[in-house]
Design a binder for this molecule. Structure first.
Ligand code: HEC
Length: 451
């Protein structure tokens, strides 16, 4: 069976470029030591467990862990996190990625790590004060405390809901069973969308089935149908697909403004859901059927579409650190009056930071169309970027890379090549004149000039 819907068929989006999503920032381990979550020191094989001193976590530290870490590092860890961060014993347990170290010893480095920070994006970084509190406690030897902290704030559950009411759920034809070994897993399945009457898709909410192992989820549009039964994604498979929606824990759902929607193609639309799993704890019997809940409606006034600012013209010199490429395009009259809704900056693994700015032609204040200062390949998501373009505005995208590969790196679709696209959701869709494809989503990036 090809394509599955629970509910009526629906459909889709026209989005943007070819992308490959590979875990760039993950560093989950392949050791099999188990962290105690209950404060006991029973052993079950693997390296000997460190014995935690008696006492508790100081309240200042506990508060930070409660508010910023336990949404994932809960008693049974969620979203691919490798261990709980609840008790002092959890913090004194051997780390998964390096059992010669205790969990607490890894904390200062990870909260300060711009390439692979904790908490991971799109969650906000810790404040300097909170980072300092954790770091000084660790450098003082992670001393136990006798304080009673009272009720710690329960972590705020991730809420990707949107205002529209989803009326269609997409999911796999069957659940995916994860291997019991620790590690990363990329799994893909196809979804076929077709409607008898004209329909727009107006909102997307990730539906996460197994919160223990889901690390992130991406929705693509494909030119041809893909099997509805989940299977390991073929390497480079997503290169032919266009990204529609991406979510990582802490991210939001995507909803279009009331006057715009993505039309379902009359011949049907092919979607592919790509699941990224992280079974950092090496758990057995983990199954998952995550997908998306979708809002649909009768056609709205405007068709939405995705275009890309940025550039395809660059070669990052070997060994270059923080190497910027700044590319601008003057808004042509065809795009005047276009409303921008959201932006998804996109580079590959060498990216450091990226920003897109609109400088209005009337010299009013510049508008941020999506800036990410700590780029992480593994946590791509839509950012709000609301503005209306006028003719002769200048849109400037700056991509910055650090090339650690020892060879020059060009633009390209492979993950070993680089990209500099700011996918931007907009409406009304630029029409094709006389049925000819004079407009392409990549046109703004292809026509930009760089310095
Ligand atoms: C959105 C979920 C999420 C939040 C919130 C989060 N983490 Fe993590 N954490 C993970 C995942 C997933 C991993 C495993 C993959 C990795 O190492 O990047 C991890 C791994 C770690 C590791 C490495 C463990 C090892 O064995 O190498 C440390 C240390 C860590 N987290 C500390 C923290 C701290 C401290 C906070 C809060 C300030 C925090 N995390 C918040 C998801 C999260």
């Amino acid at each position: 069976m090809r394509g599955i819907f629970f509910g009526s068929a629906v459909a889709a989006v026209s989005a943007a470029a070819a992308l490959a999503l590979v875990c760039g920032a993950c560093s989950s381990s392949s050791t099999d030591s188990a962290a105690p979550s209950d404060g006991t020191n029973t052993t079950s094989g693997g390296p000997p467990r460190a014995t935690a001193p008696s006492g508790s976590i100081p309240c200042t530290v506990d508060k930070i862990l409660a508010e910023d870490c336990r949404s994932c590092h809960s008693a049974s860890p969620q979203f691919g996190a490798s261990m709980p961060l609840i008790t002092l014993a959890d913090l004194y347990a051997p780390a998964k990625s390096d059992p010669s170290k205790k969990v607490y010893e890894l904390i200062p480095a990870r909260v300060a790590n711009d390439a692979s920070p904790m908490p991971p994006p799109p969650n906000a970084r810790l404040s300097d004060a909170d980072r300092q509190t954790l770091t000084s406690w660790v450098s003082g030897g992670a001393q136990p405390s006798n304080e009673t902290c009272g009720n710690t704030t329960p972590p705020t559950p991730f809420d990707p809901s949107v205002n529209c009411k989803p009326d269609l759920s997409i999911g796999p034809a069957s659940a995916w069973s994860l291997p019991a070994a620790t590690g990363e897993d990329y799994v893909c399945y196809g979804v076929e969308l077709k409607k008898d009457s004209p329909t727009h898709v107006t909102g997307f909410v990730p539906r996460i089935d197994n919160k223990t192992v889901v690390h992130h989820i991406v929705l693509f549009e494909s030119d041809s149908p893909e099997p509805a039964t989940p299977k390991s994604c073929s390497p480079g498979g997503s290169l032919q697909w266009r990204m529609v929606m991406a979510w990582a824990p802490g991210g939001k759902g995507l909803e279009l403004p009331p006057e715009a929607g993505f039309p379902i193609k009359p011949e049907g639309t092919h979607w592919v859901v790509q699941m990224h799993y992280s079974n950092a704890q090496g758990l057995a019997d983990q199954k998952d059927s995550s997908g998306f809940d979708i809002c649909t409606s009768p056609p709205r006034q405007y068709e939405a579409d995705v275009l890309a600012f940025g550039t395809q013209k660059f070669t990052i010199p070997a060994g270059a650190a923080n190497w910027p490429r700044e590319c601008s395009i003057k808004v042509p009259s065809q795009l005047a009056g276009t409303h921008l809704v959201a932006a998804m900056p996109h580079m590959h693994k060498l990216g450091v930071r990226m920003s897109t700015i609109r400088k209005p032609a009337d010299a009013s204040a510049p508008v941020d169309l999506g800036t990410i200062n700590n780029w992480s390949f593994d946590s791509q998501a839509w950012l709000p970027a609301t503005t209306t373009l006028a003719a002769n505005d200048v849109i400037t995208t700056t991509c910055t890379w650090t090339n650690t590969t020892g060879a020059p790196v060009d633009y390209g679709e492979k993950t070993t090549e680089e990209m500099c696209y700011s996918f931007t959701l907009y409406y009304p869709k630029v029409p094709n004149i006389g049925g000819l494809p004079v407009w392409s989503w990549a046109a703004p990036a292809m026509l930009s000039t760089c310095k």
